[in-house]
Design a protein around this ligand. Structure first.
Ligand code: ZN
Length: 591
């Protein structure tokens, strides 16, 4: 803490003097304050007590030197001292709250650079299939949700969220499994990846999907051998079902977003990039801000028209033009989300070499390279951050090409673009993240040989391409900036799950197991950077968040144990005890 100590020594000694005055003569001081203001008023700023202090060590500051501190003091929502216990002692007044960090660890609040809080909140409030580890368990949960939500209305949809597509083969799940459940109600289950859903026959009927329905542009209706729809709908085909469902109310959207925000806070997350929004999200964030419930700093990424229908049927250009009117203290609507391709499951991701077993199926780019370049150049010129979804190596290249073209056209505008997912990056493109000052936004929790990779990706890509997936280490070695995002509710929002997986490249829920390319492992410090200072940079707020330094906002996560100097398998065993935003508690563990 050399830098910080050097800065605070003088304040520290002044405080010491002030403290002895204060403790001995507090009554005198109060009395004098109104009658003889001159000498006391001069000292008053130095003795002003902190609102909260953290003491007894374990503060990983993520400052430039990645120093540790023993103590920190917070006043009016910002850090006013970072140093040793002795440094903050003088700032402890009668009403100062003391957080004892003995045996614990404090870090800057986590920043999740790719998350869908409203969708995650919707799943939390509804029928969550995330815990299901088998097809039987999915059916069990759905059956349970149907009986809990007993409705005689056979038009009432039962929605389930976040089932694991990896439990099914290349054709996806079949309607017959859902038809066997004793109900007349339509059932739609949304895949955890957001790109596939699974419906029963009643849902197909209400959506008017038959053997004669053609695949929509950029979508697939999976079919049984007899040509009837099988119950798996991919990409835009999902929208056929959504269109048949009643629209949810704004009241529900707001409560779903609130549930999502609370969940993020419970995991130590204090800043995030909402990865895909429409007008309804702008309004929901505004409602939460107005009610004082928005406990996080947010950049939203407005979904660009790209064949994906919007939830609210709004006109893109109009929403884009009016975006600033929904901004507030905690929200900047300054980013645009562009889907460059689909996903490898279902072979909608755009790849450089064909999928195995096909002559020339290289997936699809949602926009042509020319269209993508035009869009990126336009939004870059508007001063917006472009946030791209790119899974396949051809999509990643197209994204980087578009950013390069935009920078040639507009000059370097410091808009800090980023590409999310990055499941495959061609070796020739690795260095371009650094060269184009484009952040590599990895969902590191996916970087181990899970069922998606082993059951669905391996057969269509082969071993070599599997081992090259999520090349976090390579991008880091090339000087690229790594940021972290959960993509919740696609997968766990817990940053520690993703951090542990990036360090181990093994299943974070198991002590050992298969490794996905050891050479791409990165350090714990790298991943903490990814979830703090690097993501703060991406959000254009590195001057105010992302590290624990004097003058920065007091966004803090307190963990129940240290993360460093113990086995990496224990990283995600740590629990969040408390989360602070602007020095105020926004989450505290219950027991
Ligand atoms: Zn996403």
């Amino acid at each position: 803490m050399n830098q910080s100590k050097g800065k605070t020594t003088m304040t520290q000694s002044l405080n010491r003097i002030a403290l002895s005055l204060l403790t001995g003569m507090s009554l005198f001081l109060v009395a004098c304050n109104s009658e003889a203001p001159e000498p006391v008023a001069e000292q008053k700023p130095a003795v002003e007590a902190a609102d909260t202090v953290l003491v007894n060590g374990g503060i990983y500051t993520v400052n430039a030197g990645r120093d540790w501190a023993e103590a920190a003091a917070i006043r009016d929502g910002v850090f006013v001292m970072v140093g040793d216990n002795a440094d903050v002692e003088a700032l402890i007044g009668p009403s100062t709250r003391i957080i004892d960090l003995a045996g614990k660890m404090a870090l800057p609040g986590f920043h999740d650079a790719h998350v869908h809080p409203r969708m995650g909140g919707t799943a939390l409030l509804g029928c969550s299939l995330e815990p299901a580890g088998s097809v039987e368990e999915i059916i069990e949960i759905v059956t349970g949700c149907l009986s809990e939500d007993a409705s005689n209305d056979d038009e009432k949809w039962l929605e389930g969220f976040a089932f694991n597509l990896g439990l099914f083969g290349q054709d996806g799940p079949n309607k017959a499994l859902l038809d066997a459940i004793d109900t007349d109600r339509p059932i739609v289950l949304w895949g955890a990846d957001g790109h596939n859903n699974w419906v029963n026959s009643r849902a197909l009927e209400l959506a008017g999907i038959t053997a004669d329905t053609p695949d929509p542009a950029l979508g697939v209706i999976e079919r049984d051998p007899d040509g009837e729809p099988s119950g798996t709908l991919r990409e835009t085909a999902q929208e056929l079902v959504r269109a048949a469902m009643p629209q949810s109310t704004m009241e529900f959207e707001i409560s779903a977003l609130l549930a999502g925000v609370d969940h993020l806070n419970s995991l130590g997350i204090t800043s995030w990039i909402d990865a895909s929004v429409g007008l309804g999200d702008y309004q929901a964030y505004q409602a939460l801000e107005n009610s004082g419930d928005l406990t996080g700093r947010v950049i939203t990424s407005l979904t660009y028209e790209s064949g994906f229908a919007h939830h609210y049927g709004e006109e893109f250009e109009e929403v884009l033009t009016n975006r600033h009117q929904y901004e507030s203290e905690h929200v900047r609507n300054s980013a645009i989300k562009i889907f460059v391709d689909g996903v490898l499951e279902g072979e909608t991701a755009a790849i450089l070499e064909p999928y195995l077993g096909t002559q020339e199926d290289r997936g699809e780019l949602i926009l042509s390279p020319e269209e993508l370049t035009e869009a990126v150049t336009r939004f870059d010129a508007m001063g917006m951050q472009v946030h791209m979804h790119a899974i396949g190596d051809r999509a990643v290249r197209a994204g980087l090409d578009a950013i390069e073209a935009a920078q040639k056209e507009n000059g370097r505008l410091d808009n800090r673009h980023h590409i999310s997912h990055l499941q495959m990056i061609d070796v020739d493109d690795i260095h371009r993240f650094a060269a184009l000052d484009t952040a590599a936004n990895f969902q590191a929790l996916w970087a181990y040989p899970d069922t998606y990779i082993m059951e669905l990706n391996l057969p269509v890509l082969g071993e070599e391409r599997i081992q090259g997936m999520y090349p976090i280490g390579s991008v880091e070695r090339s000087g690229g900036r790594i940021v972290g995002g959960s993509d919740w509710d696609v997968s766990s929002a817990n940053p520690l799950d993703a951090i542990e997986t990036a360090v181990r490249r093994q299943d974070s829920l198991a002590a050992d197991g298969a490794v996905l390319n050891e050479g791409e492992r990165v350090s714990l410090a790298t991943m903490i950077d990814a979830y703090t200072i690097n993501a703060a940079w991406l959000m254009h707020q590195e001057d105010t968040t992302g590290s624990i330094e004097v003058g920065k906002k007091a966004d803090v996560v307190v963990l129940d144990r240290p993360l460093f100097d113990r086995p990496a398998t224990e990283i995600n065993d740590a629990r969040v005890l408390e989360t602070l935003l602007d020095g105020e508690t926004v989450y505290v563990a219950q027991d």
